[in-house]
Design a protein. Structure first.
Length: 423
């Protein structure tokens, strides 16, 4: 566009010096190169799909309770020493004594090599709440054994793993809602799939009281489908992630239970991390439009407004024959020829000059100037509306002119009376 404008200016503006045409051409080429480089950068970014991550924190009144697995590995016979895990839901603040047992949510697991005694706590959709008094605020697990407590040593620890309820740690084959033979596939490989990040794996040893607090975040990964590329709202792969921290305190030695774990949310804020493309097709169109406006503004500031061109890409290439034919037919009978270009046919004959003016007006109204408002005034003048309005306006003007001397006289009299009172 800018290069073509520079070429037209060189051909048509004969009054400009040559150096100005050269400078205009150089600037046009530099602007064009800048636009092309930016377009290449956008195309590369869209093709690569460079992601950005947005973080949104949602305050909530309820937080889902994680599932938890407890495993104890030792040479002791679990049946002989009766290792058990009990739990209670606590309601209200931590100073409250309101609690309910949660044994129905605990299930024992079949023994395997690395888990002599295992228990699984499934929350089954229960939530911690800071507003609803019917929902718990934290949960407490007690680890018991009928073996004399002084038999245990510090290394006899429970493995504690917590995970979001939507993920089933028992089997990587079955979904959480699938009740078919969940425990038969509990082997070492499936145990490793419990939490590949190991961010929520802890050890709880005898005579310890562990406080575990956690936060919930949702990671929404982009799917790289066509909606994602164009910038429409894409489908995302959501994964719930638990981030937990622990605090350990010593428990009185030799007093049941063997160990205690208390779990509660660290805060009632659910973080969402949304992965999106840094550039999409729709965003690129907006950036290109902004770049075009900026470059056009720079060009106009340096060299002035471009000549108006009513014939665009469609007229020049798709309908060029029909447009040219209609233009020629519109002015072929004219003595003055085509407007703006056939200057050699203009002579001093009044008829030729009048016709040339009419042709010029026709060309301007068709392609350059919107004469709709003037057409409306013409119609109003023909149907009598405009003359009536003009007569009313002139009448108001005469009345205003007649009232002006009277107002001036009254003002003068008021001023004279004020002067007399003052003297």
């Amino acid at each position: 566009m800018f290069v073509a404008d520079a070429v037209k200016a060189y051909r048509n503006r004969r009054s400009e010096p040559l150096i100005l045409s050269v400078i205009r051409a150089i600037v046009a080429v530099l602007l064009l190169l800048g636009v092309m480089v930016y377009l290449g950068f956008l195309a590369k970014e869209i093709s690569n799909g460079t992601p950005i991550v947005k973080n949104i924190n949602h305050p909530v009144n309820e937080i889902r309770i994680p599932n938890a697995r407890f495993c104890f590995q030792n040479d002791f016979d679990p049946n002989q020493y009766n290792f058990t895990v009990d739990c209670i839901f606590l309601y209200g603040n931590n100073k409250s004594n309101i609690f309910h047992g949660c044994q129905p949510w605990l299930q024992s697991l079949p023994p395997v090599d690395d888990c002599t005694v295992g228990y699984m706590f499934r929350s089954n959709g229960m939530m911690f709440s800071n507003t609803n008094e019917t929902e718990p605020t934290n949960i407490q697990f007690m680890f018991n054994a009928n073996l004399p407590l002084n038999v245990f040593i510090k290394d006899d620890c429970f493995d504690v793993n917590i995970v979001d309820p939507t993920f089933d740690p028992i089997s990587s084959i079955y979904n959480f809602t699938d009740e078919e033979n969940k425990y038969s596939d509990f082997d070492k490989n499936d145990t490793l799939s419990f939490d590949t990040s190991n961010a929520n794996d802890y050890s709880l040893c005898p005579y310890e009281w562990m406080y575990l607090s956690y936060t919930v975040s949702i990671n929404s990964a982009m799917t790289n489908d066509w909606k994602d590329v164009f910038g429409f709202k894409p489908m995302s792969n959501d994964r719930v992630v638990l981030n937990s921290v622990t605090e350990y305190h010593s428990k009185q030695y030799g007093v049941a239970p063997l160990a205690i774990m208390q779990m509660q949310p660290a805060s009632y804020i659910e973080a969402q991390y949304i992965e999106e493309r840094a550039h999409t097709v729709l965003q690129a169109l907006g950036l290109i439009g902004g770049l075009y406006g900026s470059v056009a503004g720079i060009y106009i500031i340096l060299f002035g407004q471009r000549n108006l061109d009513p014939f665009g890409f469609v007229q020049r290439y798709f309908f060029r024959h029909s447009v040219k034919e209609r233009l020629v037919m519109a002015f072929r009978s004219s003595k003055s020829g085509l407007p703006l270009v056939n200057n050699d046919k203009l002579d001093n004959e009044p008829e030729a000059i009048s016709e040339r003016v009419r042709n010029l007006e026709a060309l301007l109204t068709e392609y350059f100037i919107d004469a709709g408002y003037l057409e409306q005034l013409k119609e109003e003048s023909q149907d009598g509306t405009w003359p009536k309005m003009f007569s009313i306006s002139r009448l108001k003007d005469r009345q205003r002119e007649q009232a002006l001397p009277e107002s001036r006289a009254s003002s003068t009299e008021s001023l004279e009376m004020e002067v007399r009172r003052a003297t």
